[in-house]
Design a protein around this ligand. Structure first.
Ligand SMILES: N[C@@H](CCC(=O)N[C@@H](CS)C(=O)NCC(=O)O)C(=O)O
Length: 208
């Protein structure tokens, strides 16, 4: 199995899941800041030019899209306990993952990190970024107010959903440098204490 990743990108959540599972896998660097995602070699792996992508060693095309990769890794490694078996809890995990990857990631962070994708006029970019930062505050507040878990997002315990929440929390606290609401701040701190998270960050050359 091989994970195509870029340091500090959303792929780091999948990297954490692979480290939690603890089975051998390879890492392949696709530096998005250098435009490697648009090179023909990578487009042959993922024509969408995005990370993460996971080569399943099955000879077919690589698996793409964060929720699909997380579902695959959780369900194909049941002993890891990363995907709840109870259907309602499993659906709650997917609900949280979808909110992170479908709402928070694009509307709060892609808009901040790539404002040119949202307005061709350079003079509009500060406004695109400011609106994205407001979105981030609003989304994180909502998650904090509706938190039903203890340390982890699901009351059932640690799951792939925590790895999804982790990468957007990390962006807000460590990359943008803004505080998180209390429960999410506690969650990020708990994530940073996990050996699997420490290893993933170290392998990507990132600070804890
Ligand atoms: N829908 C995709 C989005 C992945 C995505 O946006 N990845 C970003 C990194 S966080 C990327 O590869 N960006 C490169 C680009 O847009 O050129 C998923 O959930 O996996």
């Amino acid at each position: 199995m091989k994970l195509y990743y870029s340091p500090g990108a959303c792929s780091m959540g999948i990297h954490v899941i692979l480290e939690e599972i603890g089975k051998p896998y390879e890492l392949s660097l696709v530096s998005t800041k250098d435009g490697a995602q648009h090179k023909p070699e990578y487009k042959a792996v993922n024509p969408k030019s995005k990370v993460p992508a996971l080569d399943l060693d099955e000879g077919g095309r690589a698996l793409t899209e964060w929720p699909a990769i997380a579902l695959y890794l959780g369900s194909s490694n049941p002993e890891s306990g990363l995907l709840p078996k109870d259907p309602a809890a499993q659906a709650r995990a997917l609900e949280a993952i979808d909110y992170v990857t479908g709402t928070i990631h694009p509307n709060a962070f892609t808009r901040q990190f790539r404002p040119a994708n949202f307005s061709v006029r350079d003079e509009d970019h500060p406004q695109v970024i400011a609106q994205a930062q407001e979105n981030a505050d609003k989304f994180f507040e909502l998650l904090d107010k509706n938190w039903t878990g203890d340390t982890w997002i699901l009351p059932e315990g640690y799951s792939v959903a925590d790895a999804a929440l982790f990468f957007v929390e990390y962006w807000q606290a460590k990359r943008v440098g803004k505080p998180l609401p209390p429960k999410l701040d506690r969650h990020l701190k708990a994530m940073l204490e996990r050996p699997a998270v420490k290893r993933a960050l170290e392998q990507e050359g990132l600070a804890a």
